[in-house]
Design a protein around this ligand. Structure first.
Ligand SMILES: *[C@@H]1O[C@H](CO)[C@@H](O)[C@H](O)[C@H]1NC(C)=O
Ligand SMILES: *[C@@H]1O[C@H](CO)[C@@H](O)[C@H](O)[C@H]1NC(C)=O
Length: 389
């Protein structure tokens, strides 16, 4: 009798095991697929500091003083490239300076089809989870595509298992490569409608779901012969001998941030945000050494002997309220505090607070390589007045 009674229990266990096998199979398959994807590395040299084996050059940013240091210690502390506007950046030790700024910076933008049927840029202002879109760059100079941008984002799959989805974009494709594959369409960025290559065919539409966009989503690449002209506060083409241009940066080729200024801001909002990283302001060139806000009056600087025009202040929106590590938006800070004490720093902004400086490389800086540790020297100081778009 005792033996017989265990039979139903055994059968139940066996049934559970049998039923689980396909489920386990599906689980394993999904995990295996995402493993394969993340481990099949595109050809070329991976751009940026290997943060698995090295510290970020910003590792001690929170220990810097708002008071700065003596002028001989003013230096480039950290360099950043944002290949796709509003997505995560890549920290580098050095970068080539082009008319558009740091090489590979903001040549791409994600866009959605708005209700008017136009393609319109996507940024963290609208979709804060774009902060979680990870970017890797593989430089393969001999190839037709110049290399690969690998884009990864968290994606909910079957049974709610979270895996990473990824897709590739051509890093620096030739005109012939693009003309043969991608339509050219207008994309709306601020008040501009530049024509750019629409690479929607390479973008999984699940990306839209992840960042909370209904409808179509695409990636646009600015053509190298169709860059956006930069006017407003920039030197004119007569002054420079060439027309300043940019890809999908908001307004100017290069954004400079000074760590002591961000330390001072952080000291004012410690109760709300304990550690406010300079990364929230998405600068390309992060300097350390100048006293807080010293940069407000710079007009021309030399970085390791190459000249940059400091064309104006950067007027800030709410985007730095997004924590770049989590993609979570703070209700009010740092915008509220920054507005309270720096809303009138520049009479041209109409009350928008300023932090960081926009720059255009001078001719002598073109094709040079900027490096972490380069010395920063102010050549000229003066007034600034922000010209709106
Ligand atoms: C930033 O903060 C100020 C002051 O609280 C507020 O008036 C302004 O609307 C905020 N800016 C944005 C873009 O939300
Ligand atoms: C500065 O420029 C020189 C060439 O002018 C270069 O050799 C050097 O690597 C640059 N950077 C530093 C940190 O010295």
């Amino acid at each position: 009798m005792a033996a017989l009674e265990t039979v139903p229990a055994l059968t139940a266990t066996a049934t559970t095991i049998l039923l689980s096998i396909p489920l386990i199979g599906v689980f394993t398959f999904i995990l295996f697929q995402s493993f394969l994807k993340s481990h099949s590395r595109p050809p070329g040299r991976k751009l940026g500091i290997d943060l698995d084996h090295k510290l970020s050059n910003l590792h001690d940013e929170y220990q810097q003083s708002p008071l700065g240091a003596s002028e001989d210690k003013w230096e480039v502390k950290s360099l950043w490239i944002f290949p796709i506007k509003s997505c995560s950046g890549i920290e580098v030790e050095e970068a080539r300076i082009l008319p558009t700024g740091l090489e590979y910076d903001r040549q791409f933008v994600f866009a959605y089809k708005n209700s008017a049927g136009e393609w319109s840029m996507l940024t963290q202002r609208r979709c804060s989870s774009m902060a979680l879109i990870r970017i890797e760059v593989y430089v393969d100079e001999g190839s037709q595509t110049g290399g690969t941008i690998r884009v990864s984002f968290p994606n909910k799959q079957l049974f709610g298992i979270e895996t990473t989805s990824s897709f590739d974009l051509p890093l620096n494709p030739s005109k012939e490569y693009c003309d043969a594959r991608f339509p050219v369409e207008k994309v709306h960025i601020w008040k501009d409608f530049p024509e750019a290559y629409n690479m929607k065919s390479l973008v999984p539409q699940s990306l839209g779901k992840f960042i909370g966009i209904e409808g179509e989503i695409a990636a646009f690449r600015i053509p190298s012969n169709g860059l956006r002209e930069v006017h407003r506060n920039a030197p004119t083409s007569d002054e420079l001998g060439w027309q300043p241009v940019t890809g999908f940066a908001d307004a100017y080729p290069i954004l400079l941030m000074n760590i002591p200024s961000v330390r001072d801001l952080n000291d004012k909002i410690k109760d709300e945000i304990e550690r406010l990283s300079v990364l929230r302001y998405r600068g390309n060139i992060v300097v350390n050494g100048p006293r807080m806000y010293d940069e407000d009056s710079w007009k021309k600087i030399a970085i390791n002997g190459s000249t940059y025009h400091v064309v104006g202040r950067s007027a800030r929106c709410r985007l730095p309220n997004v924590d770049p590590e989590t993609g979570v938006t703070h209700r009010t800070e740092p915008n509220k505090t920054l507005t309270a004490y720096r809303g009138d720093v520049d009479k041209g902004t109409g009350g928008a607070p300023c932090l960081g400086m926009n720059m255009v490389p001078h001719t002598d800086a073109l094709d040079t390589v900027i490096k972490v540790g380069d010395h920063v020297k102010v050549l000229e100081r003066g007034e600034h007045y922000y010209i709106k778009q």
